[in-house]
Design a protein around this ligand. Structure first.
Ligand SMILES: *Cc1c(COP(=O)(O)O)cnc(C)c1O
Length: 363
């Protein structure tokens, strides 16, 4: 670790790979011989064209997807997708079906409800979102326009470890907090989206990867900027895209490729998560994980301490040890260590060592 930096466990915006930050810094003032920075360049310039096309190609390559899928860049955050999805695809006859597995999953459902086109297919709310609903728990309406999942629940620290069988209903997923963290059978999904500020870049853009044949069915009665086919037909350049964000997402995708792709990311992420979960499991009950073991997230590790007083002390002392951003979300309380792709193994090891020392001093 660089002397003046910390291990950043923030949930989002979150850590970016140091190599990526340094590369962006090195080419900042004169981007590809343009004599200006990427922040100042036209989105129609040839230098930017190459960035845009390469980012899309690398993302599709990492996901193992072909010509039938398209990569779109849309602003408004993942939260805007919660509304755009039902606006474009759901109706009273063909409602959106939702699995409520946490806060963001519930927010997505709420937007569909505002439009009068949302239905619940399953929920783990009664058990405080400690687990991901299983295949047997899903009640999918065969007439549904789609089944919507939140693949990794950033706040509760749970993650899908299976791809639901929808019996032909299109499968939609919010992968904001685990996109490109491990291989997934992406071909089983019709529509995937991710606010990039968790695992892929800075805040400001959402990555959408969806079947072209589906996007082509965007609702025609919507204003231009709310239709997915506007982004498809104009290569996400109908209006000015957030060029800096897309440039950074492209760099992160190239970095993931250089690490060995999604299988290598998974191996690394499993090793990282294990060292932190082991610190919880081997603490004689001092640390209590929020998620059930079979639903644990590789990206967000949530746990409580014996008292809120100790939790405050933990956050403060962690920071003294250069471990930043470990305070949990107010709806769960306690701690949350977000250990996305960019968090090195050493950061997780440092957190686990600190947890062990803190427990010995305070148990
Ligand atoms: C952070 C997050 C969101 C919200 O993203 P915004 O881009 O801030 O709207 C939605 N879904 C998940 C899973 C998230 O982690």
């Amino acid at each position: 670790m660089e002397a003046n930096r910390v291990y950043n466990f923030n949930p989002g915006p979150a850590a970016l790979p140091l190599e990526v930050l340094k590369e962006a810094q090195a080419e900042f003032l004169n981007f590809r011989e343009s004599g200006m920075s990427i922040l100042e360049i036209s989105h129609r310039a040839k230098q930017y064209d190459a960035v845009h096309a390469q980012a899309k190609a690398d993302i599709k390559e990492l996901m193992g997807l072909g010509e039938d899928y398209e990569v779109l860049f849309i602003q408004g955050g993942a939260s805007q997708q919660f509304a755009m999805i039902p606006m474009n695809f759901a109706s009273k006859e063909h409602p959106g079906n939702y699995v409520l597995s946490g806060s963001f999953a519930s927010k997505a459902y709420k937007e569909a409800q505002i439009l009068g086109v949302g239905e619940v297919a399953a929920s783990s709310k009664e058990v405080d979102f400690r687990h991901i609903p299983t295949q047997d728990e899903l009640k999918i309406n065969p007439e549904a326009a789609y089944l919507h999942l939140c693949y990794n629940n950033t706040i509760y620290g749970t993650e899908y470890h299976y791809v639901p069988d929808t019996k032909g209903v299109p499968l939609f997923a919010d992968m904001s907090s685990d996109m490109l963290s491990r291989p997934v059978d992406f071909k089983k999904f019709d529509f995937i989206y991710a606010g990039v500020q968790k695992n892929l870049g800075p805040a400001g853009v959402v990555l959408v990867v969806a079947k072209k044949s589906l996007i082509e069915k965007s609702r025609e009665t919507l204003p231009t900027m709310f239709r997915y086919d506007t982004f498809l037909n104009k290569d996400s350049l109908y209006n000015t895209p957030p060029v800096f964000c897309i440039y950074m997402v492209g760099k992160v995708a190239a970095w993931i490729k250089a690490q060995g792709g999604l299988s290598a990311m998974e191996e690394r992420n499993r090793k990282k998560a294990k060292v932190v979960y082991d610190a919880i499991d081997n603490s004689d009950g001092f640390y209590r994980g929020h998620a059930d073991k079979d639903s644990r997230s590789l990206m967000n590790v949530t746990f409580r301490l014996p008292s809120e007083e100790l939790e405050k002390k933990f956050v403060a002392e962690a920071l003294e040890n250069k471990l930043s951003g470990v305070k949990g979300h107010r709806s769960v309380g306690g701690m949350r260590a977000s250990i996305y792709n960019a968090m090195p193994y050493e950061g997780c090891e440092a957190l686990a060592d600190f947890m062990e020392k803190f427990r010995k001093a305070n148990a």
